[in-house]
Design a protein around this ligand. Structure first.
Ligand code: MN
Length: 461
């Protein structure tokens, strides 16, 4: 509904329904988690992962909420923290998501970037041959907390105080869950705060040093890098690309002309004409917010909150083209091209999936179970299959196994759609031969991002 033509009142009502449904879902997931913990049913996975990616994912997911409140969000990881660690990255993500989500909830509300910062910092505070003790902190500049409130924080079903509960919503379960998760990973969690001075939530856990060997991050140590961006974003870029980066606050800073740079990261609001003059041909990478237009700019661009992978990609493109201006990255908001099969037994989910997929410019056929999906795939070639896991007759896992044995569909991307957020669920989908995974309820943004990995962009009209 939100993607259709609505008048202002209808739009506001539809947005309210959407937000309410989202917070109801959060609440249900929290209560489900909490009851699983109380029943001792929580299991922990163990695999090698990159902590950096966990944090970047969290910031990505929460970035639009932060933007709405005018907050700049970013992270730094101390160089002593190993790039790879081993443990339960899903649970770790959940804890970090809770803390960052809270920090956003209790701070901000001014036009961007005047809402302040939310920053995640990671350090290694101890290590043995097999384990590293990692300290993660999340700081905000929000309302802060006094002593009596801090006592209650990590108890279930008690929010800071009832006036806050009314102001900010939520059950107060997030922190109780986080505490249980952290303690189950033999760690501790806490908060430092004073009223009016923001809060610093922190936790410490032990994570295994990785089982396998992993390639080190690409070396960028020789680059001369200039950064003209918001303080939080600039610190994030510097944290990723190394301490040699020089940060400046304004286009007039004399430092800009002090030497020749290999690249300059510049926020999209800067006076680019003036800056180009002063930078004398230095390649520029624009840093902008997802809701910000960069118009006809010809520069390479990365979105905030910046991710290490995107920065390295941008630098690789600069290296490839020398100092010549590179074409702007195409806007990622366009449609996609392709014919999709949706296998889903629930009529409401069917309707939603068709709507989301056709809104992206794709065409779709719908079937209600695995056998019908096999039949459809015999008759037509699909560019991608969206596969519900639980279906009557032949379920999504079995159906995928059969499709993978047939030459026509051996390489077709199959994306699982499942309501299960349980441990091992993703693994189960991948083990059945599925290519990727999206959890229900499927949002248009996440679906778009996911499908864009497998389907080409639509030809411009
Ligand atoms: Mn189903």
């Amino acid at each position: 509904m939100l993607a259709t033509r609505l008048d202002r009142e209808q739009l506001e009502l539809a947005q309210t329904v959407h937000r309410s449904a989202a917070s109801l879902l959060d609440l249900l997931n929290d209560i489900l988690d909490f009851s699983k913990m109380n029943a001792g049913k929580l299991e922990f996975a163990n695999s090698d992962f990159r902590l950096r990616e966990v944090i970047e994912d969290v910031l990505d997911i929460l970035s639009s909420r932060a933007l709405e409140k005018g907050l700049d969000i970013g992270y730094t990881i101390h160089p002593a923290v190993p790039e790879w660690l081993s443990g339960d990255q899903g649970r770790l993500r959940q804890v970090i998501m809770n803390l960052v989500g809270n920090a956003i909830k209790f701070s901000g509300s001014a036009p961007w970037p005047n809402g302040g910062d939310v920053r995640v910092r990671v350090e290694r505070v101890g290590y043995t041959e097999t384990e590293s003790t990692i300290a993660v902190s999340v700081t905000d500049q929000g309302v802060g907390l006094d002593e009596s409130v801090r006592q209650l924080l990590f108890q279930p079903f008690t929010q800071a105080d009832s006036s806050n509960a009314r102001r900010f919503g939520g059950t107060g379960l997030g922190l109780a869950i986080s505490r249980q998760l952290v303690e189950a990973m033999s760690g501790e969690i806490g908060v430092n705060s004073e009223p009016g001075k923001g809060a610093r939530f922190w936790f410490r856990i032990q994570l295994g040093n990785p089982a396998g060997t992993h390639p080190p991050p690409p070396g960028l140590s020789s680059w001369e890098i200039l950064i003209l961006d918001t303080p939080c974003s600039a610190e994030t870029i510097r944290g990723i690309l190394g301490p040699k980066c020089v940060m400046v606050q304004s286009v007039d800073d004399p430092e800009i002309e002090s030497r020749s740079w290999d690249v300059a990261f510049v926020h999209a609001q800067a006076d680019l004409a003036e800056l180009r003059k002063r930078l004398r041909g230095t390649p520029i990478v624009l840093v902008f917010n997802k809701n910000e237009s960069i118009g006809e700019s010809t520069e390479i661009a990365v979105t905030r909150p910046v991710r290490a992978g995107r920065l390295v990609e941008a630098l690789a493109r600069i290296q490839a083209v020398g100092a010549a201006p590179a074409p702007a990255s195409p806007p990622r908001t366009g449609g996609l091209a392709g014919h999709v099969l949706i296998a889903e037994d629930n009529p409401v989910n069917q309707m939603l999936a068709v709507k989301l997929v056709t809104n992206l410019g794709l065409t779709a056929d719908v079937v209600s179970d695995g056998n019908a999906a096999l039949a459809a795939a015999r008759i037509k070639n699909y560019d991608l299959i969206l596969m519900d896991c639980q279906m009557p007759g032949l379920d999504g896992y079995e159906c995928t196994r059969v499709l993978r044995e047939k030459p026509a569909t051996i390489g077709t991307p199959i994306v699982a759609m499942t309501a299960n957020a349980m441990k091992g669920d993703r693994d189960r989908c991948l083990a059945a031969g599925m290519t990727d995974y999206i959890s229900k309820p499927v949002s248009s943004e996440r679906l778009r991002e996911l499908l864009a990995r497998y389907l080409p962009a639509a030809e411009p009209l």
